[in-house]
Design a protein around this ligand. Structure first.
Ligand code: ADP
Ligand code: ZN
Ligand code: ZN
Length: 815
């Protein structure tokens, strides 16, 4: 009898492949182990074993596997089940899910490049002969292909050697050139070990009695240590009044020594309790959450901004990990992990692990192993969406903070999954509970609450009884008519800013566009410079004196004359964050405004640096895009200004109103988080607009009802599920024909509304033309059946020679 396995390869192939194994291998192999297999022309891939059987494939001769890569499975059966679900729900291949689910260090293939880690020097006898050969080769050559290692070792089965080298941190994969996430390093100090004994310490204090400030600093250090029972950072010490110069001289005298810890990884000695207690309202909410979770596996905690949701999660998590269960904590944005990790580690010490795509491969593999082995080091995993792909063994609770955030949806490449929804499915496999949190829940989630599917707990009070900010509307039409505008600032906003700065408080200004102005226009002929590769106007950057495309890397120097009619009368239209920053410098010459948007946060630590300087009050006015709306905490902000609410309202998207509401409420929530009540000023041409009114009156329910009504009438979620097909091709005619063909077949064969083919608002990017087709699947018709039918039609589309080169991507539940 022959023996076979099924292996999934990390490729966009619709199914698994059958490989032949020996009887011994057959008995050794477990589901979820990796195997190296040949595929295509002499190429080697890492596959994952999903089945063992004895049925030879019908259509091809099964090749033999190259080798088995693991001694234990690295992927669990729950994960395989979850991948299958994701592939079918989000309409992609299981190989694509596999590829994005595991750290790429697990996916060695012939072309993978490995390189030596610079900080590693082997000690004698540490490496096997073969490992040493690879190590040595890498000292001469900065990187090697896996294939090349084969010839160095002169044998076929080399992957275990490389795997071992990776696992032991001796080599790493050469990763794509990208900004690698670097956890922030914090500077700490401690007493040199010789002074730890009481006697020596007394001696030291004696010696320092003549250097009063230094003696004071040592005593201060001990006070902080006694109070907080955790490492003392330099910042803590300076905050308590010790000068940096004194610390420096104590280090030079070798009384103190300095050391650094990565903020994400701080290990606290006595982390039993960082010592906060819940307020009465929080306690009440926590009790209700527990109660609701008994009945509904998924429960929404609807707590206004600054109501202290994080503290409630923290207490709840404790109950699950004390039972030995694992907890997954999802955040919409990697940048938010630093703040949260600091808060959670203070409470749980080193039971917290962080996992996200910007970690290096080696780091991700480490966390993967910890979760797989249910290690104490990863009882709680905090991460952005990809953390839900970890090999949980005993998941008890999933917390999804800011559940309304669109970042939870993966856009490109496939799998285009929604992390919240996929996490709920995953939790269900474990019988785990899911707590969703938001101040502005998504329409879908609140709909599920109202239909009884999800539990619901509300928290209507800010922690510390701080009153939510006062919201003031400024009518721009009126201000312009009465000439009360300075640039894009109304007199009221100018006054509010001066007043705030005068009181030593900080200001946040929100403008959802970056650059100086979104386009320039010729006043003579009306020509607007466009990107030659994309169907968008070029954004003007004054500081760089450039016009740039936000969709590709194209830019040109700002022209002095119109390219069409040569007129020199060019004017800027609209405004972005750069212009606002410039106007601020003129209006408030003594202030230090700063911008936070995609342009300023690109570099290393860009984001962290800005947040830090704002926290440390080196910046007094922060101007930013939607980045500002995402769960950041600043204690000293008492004024938030929204410069133009209208450009959020008029977007060609069925979620535009919902999003505008969420964005404004979230940005507003940054004001007055500690101490006095904050103020929010919204400048708009439409003070009567329903959404603006709902924001002012804090009328979530009103917004929800109205949006739900519209969704119903216009056939959108949650009443209809959407599947969007995006077609791309450089040849406009071919694309048009192909889209029409696909549309016709879909609308003939599916029993549901099909819309399109439509030219999207931006109908060409990087020289590829774009058309979209939308399928709307009503509640009640079978979702899985319709999706399968769409897949089948896409298959036929692919077999038509003239459309073969048209790229089609599928997005289920598009955002
Ligand atoms: P939310 O996530 O609901 O917007 P947070 O959980 O961030 O609110 O809490 C807002 C602020 O109040 C934070 O600075 C937090 O440290 C503080 N806070 C909330 N609850 C407590 C508590 N029980 N004890 C001490 N501080 C708290
Ligand atoms: Zn012109
Ligand atoms: Zn472009």
């Amino acid at each position: 009898m022959p023996y076979f396995i099924e292996a999934v390869l990390p490729l966009a192939l619709p199914k698994s492949f059958t490989y032949a194994v020996s009887e011994a291998e057959y008995h050794y192999i477990g589901i979820g182990m990796r195997v190296a297999v040949p595929f295509g022309k002499g190429k080697l891939y890492t596959g994952i074993v999903t089945e063992k059987h004895q049925n030879p494939p019908q259509l091809y001769q099964a090749k033999e596997i190259h080798q088995i890569l693991d001694e234990e499975p690295v992927v669990t059966t729950n994960q395989l089940r979850h991948w299958k679900w994701i592939a079918s729900y989000y309409m992609c291949s299981i190989g694509e899910v596999f590829k994005s689910a595991v750290p790429s260090g697990y996916l060695l293939e012939s072309e993978t490049m490995i390189m030596a880690r610079r900080d590693y020097y082997p000690s004698a006898g540490e490496l096997s002969d073969e490992e040493y050969l690879v190590y040595q080769a890498l000292q001469q050559q900065s990187a090697l292909k896996v294939q090349e290692v084969t010839s160095i070792l002169n044998r076929k089965k080399i992957l275990p050697v490389i795997n071992r080298l990776i696992k032991n941190n001796i080599v790493s994969l050469q990763e794509e050139i990208r900004e690698k996430y670097k956890p922030r390093r914090v500077r700490y100090i401690r007493l040199q070990p010789e002074f730890i004994e009481q006697e020596q310490l007394n001696g030291l204090l004696e010696i320092l009695s003549r250097a009063k400030k230094q003696r004071e600093a040592v005593l201060q250090y001990f006070q902080i240590l006694a109070r907080e029972k955790k490492p003392v950072s330099v910042k803590k010490l300076t905050d308590s009044g010790v000068s940096a110069a004194v610390i420096k001289s104590l280090i030079e005298k070798e009384v103190f020594e300095e050391y650094y810890l990565e903020q994400d990884r701080v290990v606290f000695q006595g982390a039993e309790d960082s010592g906060f207690t819940l307020s009465e309202k929080q306690e009440e909410a926590l009790m209700l959450v527990r109660e609701r979770l008994e009945k509904n596996a998924v429960t929404l905690l609807h707590g206004i901004t600054s109501s202290g949701k994080t503290e409630i999660y923290t207490k709840l998590i404790e109950e699950y990990i004390s039972r030995g269960e694992q907890v997954l904590y999802l955040l919409p944005e990697i940048a938010l992990t630093t703040q949260l990790v600091a808060r959670l580690t203070a409470f749980y010490g080193n039971q917290v692990a962080v996992y996200h795509s910007k970690y290096t491969n080696n780091e991700r593999i480490e966390v993967w192993q910890q979760v797989l082995q249910k290690s104490e080091k990863a009882k709680i995993v905090i991460g952005a969406r990809s953390a839900l792909f970890l090999p949980f063994q005993d998941l008890g609770l999933v917390v999804i903070d800011e559940e309304h955030e669109q970042n939870f949806k993966q856009q490109d490449p496939a799998p285009r999954y929604h992390a919240r929804d996929a996490a709920i499915v995953l939790a269900n496999y474990f019988g785990a509970k899911v707590l969703l949190g938001s101040a502005t829940p998504s329409i879908e989630t609140y709909f599920n609450v109202n239909s009884g599917k999800y539990g619901y707990v509300e928290l209507r009070e800010r922690y510390g009884n701080i009153i939510p900010p006062e919201i003031i509307l400024v009518d721009l039409k009126d201000k312009y008519r009465r000439k009360r505008m300075a640039g894009h600032f109304s007199d009221e906003l100018v006054e509010a800013i001066s007043d705030t700065l005068a009181r030593g408080k900080q200001v946040i200004l929100f403008q959802n566009r970056r650059g100086f102005s979104p386009w320039i226009e010729c006043l003579t002929c009306g020509h607007v410079p466009q990107c030659p590769q994309c169907d968008v106007s070029l954004t003007y950057y004054k500081y760089k004196n450039q016009l740039r495309c936000h969709y590709c890397s194209y830019y040109i120097a700002k022209p002095s004359h119109c390219h069409q009619c040569h007129s020199a009368d060019l004017d800027t239209r609209g405004f972005g964050t750069e212009q606002i920053e410039m106007e601020l410098k003129e209006l408030f010459p003594d202030s230090n405004p700063w911008r936070m948007d995609q342009d300023t946060t690109r570099g290393k630590f860009g984001y962290e640096k800005i947040i830090d300087s704002f926290k440390n009050r080196e910046i007094d006015i922060l101007v930013g895009t939607q980045m500002l709306a995402k769960g950041l905490h600043f204690d000293n902000v008492s004024l938030v200004g929204i410069l133009n609410a209208d450009n959020m309202l008029y977007q060609p998207d069925f979620r535009a109103f919902e999003r505008a509401y969420q964005m404004m409420v979230q940005v507003a929530g940054r004001a007055g988080r500690k101490g006095a009540r904050g103020r929010v000023m919204i400048q708009t041409y439409n003070p009567q607009h329903n959404i603006i009114r709902q924001v002012t009156e804090n009328d979530y329910d009103g917004m929800f009802r109205e949006q739900l009504y519209e969704r119903h009438i216009y056939k959108y979620p949650p009443y209809y599920r959407l599947v969007r097909l995006t077609l791309k091709h450089r040849d406009y005619e071919k694309l048009k024909d192909g889209a029409m063909w696909l549309y016709n077949v879909l609308s003939q064969q599916l029993n549901v509304p099909v819309l399109g083919p439509e030219e999207p608002a931006i109908s060409r990017i990087r020289n590829e033309y774009i058309r979209t087709i939308m399928v709307k699947i009503p509640q009640g018709s079978t979702l899985a059946g319709t999706k399968a039918a769409i897949q089948k039609i896409l298959h036929s589309f692919d077999t038509i020679p003239q459309y073969k080169s048209v790229k089609v991507s599928v997005n289920a539940d598009p955002y």
